[in-house]
Design a protein around this ligand. Structure first.
Ligand SMILES: *Cc1c(COP(=O)(O)O)cnc(C)c1O
Length: 345
């Protein structure tokens, strides 16, 4: 029996084309910058995002940490959303490894951080204060329901950054989901950021890896920091080969994941005891809440797991399901049927 795994889009397996590309990949030692497949992935990624250069790294977490290390000195400050992955889910690396002070501002329900709040948070020059250096944004905004940040919003924050001599790092783990959902060229979403990270290992279905994109000079420093953190890998063209296939073949189909997520959300609103904020369901993530005391959150997870359907409880009353390449429309219908039954029991 198929397991319907809706825990995350990171559970995706490499496609047959990726496995073939991995088998056939031309390899070299990437720490010597000798691996032709990695070099090619980095060039394709930089071009795709409209940046001068790119660097392949093991994870999105390392991509964000390296970017912070390049942009900020110890004791400087980065503005981060209180719902951001960098603040919530990266083991405090910004502070612990970077010595960078996180200045936390609330994420609005639409994933943005209010421009007025950002302006008010920027420190004046004063010996008491940490120096504000960096604004970090996340697109799509995972914990806000995978909502995409718009081109307009990026431009607004760029103006604030320019007026205050600040840099912008964009955690674009799912930037291609944002581009597909908004129907814009991904470059329009990245042009206003000084650095961008994105994941190959989520909706794009590659097994491992993220890219950091920015200026040549930024990537030069990023490479040194990657080495320092132990992220210099050798014949890593075996992974980059899958990444190239991901960028060639797996972006347009994200629209199917978004359609499946919307169908899932619409179905959940029809189940007694559950509620979804449909406005937030614009990409492949569906958060929904339990509104009844008749069944415990854990019991829902357990009973669904017995039916081979997996998803996460991410709060006392809150669940998350994520659609991806391994989930088809039949799986969505099965999930809704079984969930309705579990809630009625
Ligand atoms: C998954 C994710 C990351 C980190 O990626 P890993 O490869 O799991 O380290 C960073 N930011 C966001 C928004 C993510 O969803």
């Amino acid at each position: 029996m198929k397991i319907i795994d809706l825990r995350s889009d990171t559970v995706t397996f490499p496609t047959d084309n990726m496995r073939r590309a991995i088998f056939n990949a031309k390899l070299g030692d990437d720490v010597f910058e000798d691996d032709p497949t990695v070099n090619s992935l980095e060039r394709i990624s930089a071009d795709r995002l409209g940046k001068e250069a790119a660097l392949f790294v093991p994870s999105g977490t390392m991509a964000n940490l390296i970017s912070t290390l390049v942009h900020c000195n110890r004791g400087e400050e980065a503005i981060l959303g209180d719902q951001s992955h960098m603040f919530c889910y990266e083991a405090g690396g910004t502070a612990a490894v970077g010595g960078v002070n996180p200045h936390i501002l609330p994420n609005e329900p639409d994933g943005t951080i209010s421009p007025d709040r950002i302006k008010a948070a920027i420190r004046q020059d004063n010996v008491h204060f940490p120096r504000t250096k960096l604004i970090c944004l996340e697109n799509t905004q995972n914990k806000c329901g995978g909502v995409p940040l718009t081109v307009d919003y990026m431009q607004t924050i760029r103006q604030i950054a320019d007026a205050n001599n600040l840099l912008i790092h964009l955690d674009g783990a799912r930037i291609f989901n944002a581009a597909v959902a908004l129907n814009v060229d991904v470059k329009q979403l990245t042009i206003d950021a000084d650095s961008v990270s994105f994941c190959l290992s989520k909706g794009l279905s590659a097994p491992v890896g993220s890219l950091i994109c920015g200026t040549k000079e930024f990537i030069y420093h990023a490479r040194r920091n990657r080495k320092m953190l132990g992220g210099g890998m050798r014949q890593v063209g075996v992974l980059a080969a899958a990444g190239i296939v991901a960028l060639d073949e797996m972006i347009d189909r994200l629209a199917d994941d978004h359609k499946n997520a919307k169908r899932l959300a619409a179905g959940i609103t029809d189940i007694d005891g559950l509620t979804v904020d449909l406005d937030t369901v614009q990409t492949n993530i569906v958060y929904f809440d339990i509104t009844t005391d008749k069944i415990a959150t854990d019991a829902v997870i357990e009973n669904m797991d017995k039916k081979s359907i997996q998803f996460l409880a991410l709060g006392p009353k809150r669940f998350r399901m994520v659609t991806h390449y391994g989930i088809d429309t039949d799986d969505i219908e099965t999930t809704l049927t079984e969930l309705k039954q579990v809630m009625a029991e």
